[in-house]
Write a protein that binds this ligand. Structure first.
Ligand code: CP
Ligand code: NVA
Length: 310
């Protein structure tokens, strides 16, 4: 039984299959109505439970639409409305859900809680964002890069500018697994977990922390950022002070070059980590990136259920 708690659960070969599948699924749907099932409806009869301990727009919608297009169904649950919030244990919850649905997606405050759920569950578990990582987002990001650049993500050069957070950590993991170059400019005190960087380097990837946003974006094909204050972060004023010089604006995109694309997982805080001119400008790929969450989710679900095995 498979889980998708981190990108490493799929590994380079699994991720390649997931990305190829996501591109093919997107192309095959063309103008079909959004809720209409794909030919073959490969997850017909399957039910996904999607549990949210934190807010979500894209992850919530994309998993629901993904399951509809695959012929299955989704039950979306706010963790606070479940008995979990009154002290039922994670393990007992996992055992019960394992008797009722076919897969679970969890967005949790603590990554350890997702791991505890998966350990007790008898079904595939997906990390829909934790304090540690956001692997589903990284799949959609890589898909968007391949679509925009027209070549494998392994040949691309990425810059991350801003907080070394959960989204950044999954991109570091992606760089290690898929072998793309990644330069990160992050303010002192907001660096990603050194373990992610070490693991990517151990796989032979060129992952560097550099001193300035300008150094990070030089020769980059992709400039990515995220909010300065993630869900649950308390040190708001300190974060704003530290991140101000890391805003992605027109000068920084110009330093990357006209061919570079801009990525942001969204939600964006316009005027903070990114200017309107960049997110609404010609280099922005953020709306494709958001749409690609649906296609990526579908491919991840098919991989989990063994439909992408050779
Ligand atoms: N990018 C992303 O995961 O968005 P949501 O928080 O809206 O799900
Ligand atoms: N880093 C952000 C991502 C939101 C999709 C957060 O964790 O709030």
């Amino acid at each position: 039984m498979r889980h998708f708690l981190s990108l490493a659960d799929a590994g380079p070969a699994g991720l390649r299959r997931i990305l190829d599948c996501a591109h093919a699924l997107k192309a095959a749907r063309a103008d079909r109505p959004r809720g209409a099932p794909d030919d073959g409806a490969r997850l017909a009869g399957r039910v996904l439970a999607a549990i949210f301990e934190k807010p979500s727009t894209r992850t919530r919608l994309s998993f629901d639409i993904a399951m509809r297009q695959l012929g299955g169904a989704t039950i979306t649950l706010a963790a606070a409305d479940m008995q979990l919030g009154r002290g039922e244990t994670i393990a007992d919850t996992a055992r019960v859900l394992s008797r009722m649905v076919d897969a679970v997606m969890i967005r949790a405050r603590s990554h350890l809680d997702i791991e505890a759920f998966a350990a007790a569950a008898d079904l595939p578990v997906i990390n829909g964002l934790s304090d540690r990582s956001h692997p589903c987002q990284a799949v959609a990001d890589m898909m968007t890069v391949e679509e925009r650049l027209g070549r494998p993500v392994s040949t691309s050069r990425w810059a991350w500018v801003g907080d070394g957070n959960n989204v950044a950590q999954s991109i570091i993991e992606a760089a290690g697994l898929m072998g793309f170059r990644l330069r990160l400019a992050v303010p002192a005190g907001f660096e990603p977990d050194a373990g992610f960087v070490a693991a990517a380097r151990a796989r032979g990837a060129e992952v560097e922390l550099v001193a300035s946003p300008e150094a990070a974006v030089r020769d980059a094909d992709v400039v990515a950022t995220d909010t300065w204050v993630s869900m649950g972060d308390a040190d708001v004023a300190a974060r704003h002070r530290a991140m101000q010089p890391f805003q992605v604006g027109p000068m920084l995109m110009a330093a990357a070059g006209a061919g570079a694309i801009f990525l942001h997982c969204l939600p964006a805080h316009r005027g903070e980590e990114v200017t309107d001119s960049v997110i609404d400008g010609p280099q922005s790929a953020v709306w494709d990136e958001a749409e690609n969450r649906v296609h990526a989710q579908k491919a991840i679900l098919l991989w989990l259920f063994g439909h992408l095995d050779a």
